[in-house]
Design a protein around this ligand. Structure first.
Ligand SMILES: [Zn+2]
Ligand SMILES: [Zn+2]
Length: 338
C-alpha cells in the first residue's frame, strides 16, 4: 500500500509527530487531495492543546490546505482528478437541517465538521475532504500563496464584504498581523477609506504599502478619537485577540457603525449608552464556506491581494508551529510538501 507522511498530535498538548501512514481512499462523497501547501493558523492550537470539545486523537491539524484532487469517491459530481483545490475551516454540512435549508451552512446543526479538528487536516501529503468543502484554486496563485487565503484570507474578505460598508466608507482594521495585513489589503481594494490601527510606529510604512489611507498608532493617543476626527468608522474589523484593545476603539464607530469581531479574547467591555445613542452594533463573523473561499481567491487574483508568508517544509512542522505561536512571524506561516 502507498504510504504518506502526516504530522499528527496524539494527546492534548502532545508534540507534533512526523509519522508514516497508509494513503487513505476517499469514501462516497469525498475526494482525496494531494497536498502542496498548508497554512499554520492560530486555531490549530485547538487541535494541539485539545481544547475543541470532543476532539479525538491522533489528529492531523491544518485547515488552510491547497493541492490537487488525486482521487474521487463514488457519487462525486463536478470535481475530477487533477483540479487545483483548497479546503478551509468549514469541513462540510449535512444539507437537511434547519440551518442548511436556510442556506446557513456554516451553522449546520447536525454535526460540526471542521478540517483538522473533526477530520484529519493538511499537515500531510494527502487528506480526505468532503466534496462540499472543496474550493477551486486559480492558476495565478502558487500553493503557498493560496493556502493562508483559505482561512485568514476568506475570514477578512468575507467579513468585509458582509459588513454593510459601501465604497468610500471609512473602514478601520484593528491589528496589522496575520489577519490584519490581509484585512487592510482587502478593505483598500474594495474601495473603502481604509484606516489601519496598530501599536507603535513600526507598522505604519507597511500598512501604507498594503493600501491603508491613514495609520493610527494606538499607543500615541486615543484611537477612538482619531477615528472620530476622520468622521467615525462605518466598520471596525477587529482582528486582534485583545479585549481592552477592542474596547478602546469602540468609541470610534460612527452612527450605525459596526464593530466586526474576528479575534476571540475572553471578554470585551462595551458602553451600552454608546451603542444605544448611535445605533451602533457589535457583531461576530465566522470565516466562510467553500464558495466564499473560492471568491476570496478570485478577488485576490483580480486585485493583487497577497499574504506575506514564511514557508517551512512539512517535516519542520513543529518549528513552523512554534514560529506561529511566537507572534513574530511576518505574517503567516505555511508548510509545503515539496
Ligand atoms: Zn484558521
Ligand atoms: Zn446541516
Amino acid at each position: 500500500m502507498a504510504k504518506m507522511r502526516v504530522v499528527q498530535v496524539s494527546r492534548p498538548n502532545g508534540p507534533l509527530e512526523l509519522v508514516e501512514r497508509d494513503v487513505p481512499d476517499p469514501a462516497a462523497g469525498h475526494v482525496r487531495i494531494r497536498v502542496q501547501a498548508c497554512g499554520v493558523c492560530h486555531s490549530d492550537t485547538l487541535t494541539k492543546e485539545g481544547t475543541f470539545p470532543g476532539l479525538q486523537y491522533p489528529r492531523v491539524p491544518g485547515h488552510e490546505v491547497v493541492g490537487s484532487i488525486d482521487a474521487v469517491g463514488s457519487g462525486v459530481n463536478g470535481w475530477r482528478p487533477g483540479q487545483r483545490v483548497g479546503v478551509g475551516w468549514h469541513g462540510g454540512q449535512c444539507g437537511y437541517c434547519g440551518s442548511c435549508r436556510r442556506g446557513d451552512f456554516f451553522a449546520c446543526e447536525t454535526a460540526t465538521r471542521v478540517t483538522g479538528i473533526t477530520s484529519d487536516g493538511g499537515y500531510a501529503d494527502y487528506l480526505i475532504a468532503r466534496v462540499e468543502a472543496v474550493a477551486q484554486v486559480p492558476e495565478e496563485l502558487s500553493a503557498a500563496e493560496a493556502a493562508p487565503l483559505m482561512c485568514a484570507g476568506v475570514t477578512t474578505f468575507n467579513a468585509l464584504r458582509n459588513s454593510g460598508a459601501r465604497a468610500g466608507d471609512l473602514v478601520a482594521v484593528l491589528g496589522v498581523g496575520g489577519l490584519g495585513h490581509l484585512g487592510v489589503q482587502f478593505a483598500a481594494r474594495m474601495g473603502f477609506r481604509t484606516v489601519a490601527i496598530a501599536r507603535g510606529k513600526d507598522k505604519e510604512s507597511l500598512a501604507r504599502e498594503l493600501g491603508a489611507w491613514r495609520y493610527v498608532d494606538s499607543q500615541a493617543g486615543d484611537p477612538a478619537a482619531a477615528l472620530r476626527e476622520l468622521g467615525g468608522a462605518k466598520v471596525i474589523l477587529a482582528t486582534v485577540t485583545n479585549g481592552p484593545a477592542m474596547s478602546a476603539v469602540l468609541g470610534g464607530l460612527g452612527v450605525k457603525g459596526t464593530l466586526m469581531i474576528l479575534g476571540a479574547p475572553e471578554s470585551l467591555q462595551a458602553s451600552p449608552f454608546l451603542l444605544i445613542a448611535g445605533c451602533r452594533s457589535i457583531k461576530g463573523w465566522y470565516s466562510g464556506t467553500s464558495i466564499d473561499s473560492q471568491d476570496a481567491l478570485a478577488f485576490s487574483v483580480l486585485s493583487g491581494v497577497r499574504s506575506m508568508n514564511e514557508v517551512f517544509p512539512l517535516e519542520r512542522a513543529a518549528e513552523a508551529y512554534e514560529r506561529m505561536q511566537s507572534g513574530q512571524a511576518r505574517f503567516r506561516v505555511v508548510l509545503t510538501t515539496g
